[in-house]
Design a protein around this ligand. Structure first.
Ligand code: ZN
Length: 161
């Protein structure tokens, strides 16, 4: 009977081989943000489309597309991240970023009430990464890129003629 580690490995490989939400969005209106992990060579291009950006944390993440290339951890993490945040509010997405970075033992993350209750779904498969500190940067690359994109999406004035 396969153990939990085998199951997690299968989930990671599935997202690596069949990445979800791969592609591009028109920018604008989408925000395009790039992330790079020089330690491993991972690259992420993230397209984020937010509805009602002026609502700040109550704005809705309506679409995410992912481009780039890199190791299985970076690419599968980006795939899972895209799947997890589409349809959430910007505030919920930020809470999930805190939750995931806390799972990765990133220092300086201040969890807020309720963050511990957020369901991780497939993201649980990445928890073993924490045992390999050099890979943590791979796993959080797309999340840092998402955080940048969320900040830009909810702070930039909407484009107008
Ligand atoms: Zn990597």
């Amino acid at each position: 009977m396969p153990g939990l580690e085998d199951l997690y490995r299968e989930i990671i490989l599935d997202h690596y081989r069949t990445p979800r939400n791969r592609g591009e969005l028109d920018s604008p209106p989408a925000i395009e943000t790039n992330g790079h992990n020089p330690l491993c060579g991972d690259e992420i291009t993230l397209f984020l489309l937010v509805d009602d950006a002026s609502k700040g944390d109550a704005a809705t993440v309506s679409d995410v597309k992912i481009g780039g290339q890199g190791c299985s951890i970076s690419q599968s993490s980006a795939s899972m991240m895209s799947q997890a945040v589409i349809g959430k509010t910007a505030g919920e997405a930020r809470a999930l970023i805190r939750r995931f970075k806390s799972l990765m033992s990133i220092e300086g993350i201040e969890l807020q009430p309720g963050d511990d209750d957020i369901a991780l779904g497939d993201l649980e498969a990445l928890q073993g990464v924490v045992k390999f500190p050099v890979r943590i940067k791979c796993a959080v690359l797309s999340w840092n890129t998402l955080a940048d994109a969320l900040d830009r999406a909810t702070s930039e004035p909407p484009a107008s003629g």
